[in-house]
Design a binder for this molecule. Structure first.
Ligand code: COA
Length: 181
């Protein structure tokens, strides 16, 4: 398998939209109930890139096998150094190391941008794949919100996991001084 991790391009959007649509329709990682259109995914990616967040894809033998991006964890300004990750691998490409290549690349990109904490909000306590991948990439479980979602006929937890990025809380964020001056 020839696997490359690279920044996403406009022409990746059909594959990205299809990967996410499958996860929305058949999985519990996303609490969306209907898949967004390609236009909506295009708009979402543009907003992320315009705001300075990384959006990566895994290209496997010439086809997009997965994607990962970071976005704001919450919008209030004091949360600015904290990002939330999203990662989806095409069903047929899972358990072949795609996630294990994508997530560390996203972490490295976020450290380069001087973000300090990455949060994973994992839909469903039964999401062994996502919990296992995040644990393997240095995340620890920090909480469970019980039964906050309902999908496919059952109540779903959200599992919260967190990982330090770069110096983490060991130094103030780079934007701190300009905010207090
Ligand atoms: C979670 C997901 C991204 C993992 O991607 P993947 O390419 O299948 O993962 P990898 O093959 O790189 O596996 C990396 C590690 O993750 C863990 N893992 C992956 N799938 C697993 C599973 N089904 N059960 C338990 N652990 C699993 C293992 O620790 C694995 O390492 P190992 O193979 O050495 O044991 C993929 O299963 C997926 O897209 N799931 C649906 C969407 C989702 O849950 N996204 C996360 C939203 S936050």
């Amino acid at each position: 398998m020839n696997l490359t991790i690279r920044p996403s391009r406009d022409d990746d959007l059909p594959a990205v939209t299809a990967i996410y649509a499958d996860a929305v329709l058949h999985g519990t990682a996303s609490f969306k109930l209907t898949p967004p259109s390609e236009d909506e995914m295009t708009r979402r990616r543009a907003v992320l890139l315009d705001s300075g967040y990384p959006f990566l894809v895994a290209e496997c033998d010439g086809a997009v096998a997965g994607y990962a991006y970071a976005g704001a964890y919450r919008s209030r300004p004091a949360y600015r150094s904290t990002v939330e990750d999203s990662i989806y691998v095409a069903r047929e490409a899972r358990r072949q190391g795609v996630g294990a290549a994508l997530l560390p690349a996203l972490i490295a990109a976020c450290e380069q941008l001087d973000f300090r904490t990455m949060i994973a909000v994992i839909g469903d306590s039964n999401s062994a794949g996502s919990i296992g991948l995040h644990r393997r990439c240095g995340f620890r479980e920090v909480g469970i919100l019980e039964g906050v979602g309902y999908k496919h006929g059952r109540w779903l937890d959200s599992v919260l996991m967190q990982r330090r990025l770069g110096p983490g809380m060991g130094a103030p964020p780079p934007w701190h001084e300009s905010m207090t001056r």
